[in-house]
Design a protein around this ligand. Structure first.
Ligand code: 3IO
Length: 340
């Protein structure tokens, strides 16, 4: 018994040394390690695209760069990612622009009801807009990529069949999308997606206004059995990087990341659009959700009632030095181009 114990002990020490060596080898293979903070759970599309980006970066830099991902607010939450990345608590972070009203006077144009019908077209249009205008609202960051959710719809506990059903209904949204709900007579409650499961559970809100894939990814189909198609605005996102972390990168790595920007926007859009379809099919099958379309008259009223929000945005953007008309016509040109 004694002997076996000793041998086991030596083996354990040996194995420990081998594993130590192994981890040194891994640590030294990657010269650069980048942390990447994301607020929603790992299954949601902002985190799926994050893992895809990590894989591509590690592959294209031949393992020189290692990306440490932190989904589910494990490093920084929805509202403190902006400051956290600025201060270097994370190298990279994912933000939903709508969670920061007034901070992005130019890119918030994407929160308006502009008629985008897919994440693909909105994501590419957003990325093009950013590159064309290089808005100073992002001057403290390196923007690695941008993308948008699929168009927003109503997911509710009780059926919303007409605009009248929306009256006074407490619904979760964010940013200008909350104002869209307000202009339609609902009672918006603004909060990040990551706070929504609890708000729905507690009954603080009776539903939400976002893209349909969360029916599956956050299991909202279980509690929100009624889905009303409005296909209004999208939620724009930015993947921001700390300026010092960016400046410290060697040129070849910078090139890999720059080359990935547009491709990542496109990949995310395509993934999102397909995933919305898959999630709706899943939710119909598993929870027998009911899909609702409003009347044409109501859809027309929605357009009319939300139109003043565009004027609102223009005034606020102009007050911050943004050429609002140029931005709107650029976005419209991109919409036509990418919606084909
Ligand atoms: C979103 C945010 C986090 C996880 C999944 C999501 N699907 C759509 C969004 C858009 C958004 O930021 C929001 O708050 O609805």
């Amino acid at each position: 018994m004694m002997r076996t114990g000793k041998v086991t002990g030596i083996l354990t020490v040996l194995m420990f040394c081998v594993s130590l060596l192994g981890s040194f080898a891994v640590a030294s293979a990657a010269e650069i390690s980048l942390s990447y903070a994301n607020f929603p759970p790992a299954k949601t599309f902002p985190c799926i695209q994050m893992e895809r980006w990590k894989q591509e970066v590690e592959k294209r830099t031949g393992g020189k760069v290692q990306v440490q991902t932190y989904p589910g607010s494990t490093l920084l939450g929805a509202k403190n990612t902006l400051r956290g990345v600025m201060q270097g608590q994370a190298d990279i972070g994912c933000i939903s622009l709508a969670y920061h009203p007034g901070v992005f006077p130019l890119c918030s144009v994407f929160e308006l009801p502009l008629g985008f019908t897919s994440s693909y077209s909105a994501s590419l249009a957003l990325w093009d807009l950013y590159n064309k205008f290089q808005p100073k609202e992002f001057r403290k960051f390196k923007v690695l990529t941008m993308f948008a959710s699929a168009p927003s719809n109503l997911m509710t506990k009780q059926p919303v069949r007409s605009l009248a059903d929306l009256n006074g209904l407490e619904l979760r949204a964010s940013g200008i999308l909350s104002k869209i709900l307000e202009s339609l007579g609902a009672t918006p409650v603004s909060m990040p997606m990551s706070a929504t499961p609890e708000a729905l559970q507690k009954g603080v809100v009776k539903g939400l206004f976002s893209s349909f894939e969360v029916l599956k990814d956050l299991n909202f189909a279980e509690i929100c059995r009624y889905e009303t198609e409005t296909n209004t605005a999208v939620y724009p996102f930015a993947i921001i990087m700390n300026r010092n972390s960016w400046n410290a990168l060697p040129d070849d790595v910078k090139k890999v990341l720059n080359d990935l920007g547009r491709e990542q926007a496109e990949w995310t859009g395509k993934y999102m659009d397909q995933h919305v379809k898959d999630s709706l099919a899943w939710a119909k099958d598993k929870y027998s959700i009911e899909m609702i379309k409003m009347s044409e008259a109501d859809m027309k009223t929605i357009k009319e009632k939300t139109l003043p929000l565009i004027e609102d945005w223009k005034k606020k953007a102009a007050a911050k030095g943004v050429d609002a008309d140029a931005v709107l016509s650029e976005v419209e040109a991109s919409r036509v181009k990418y919606e084909k």
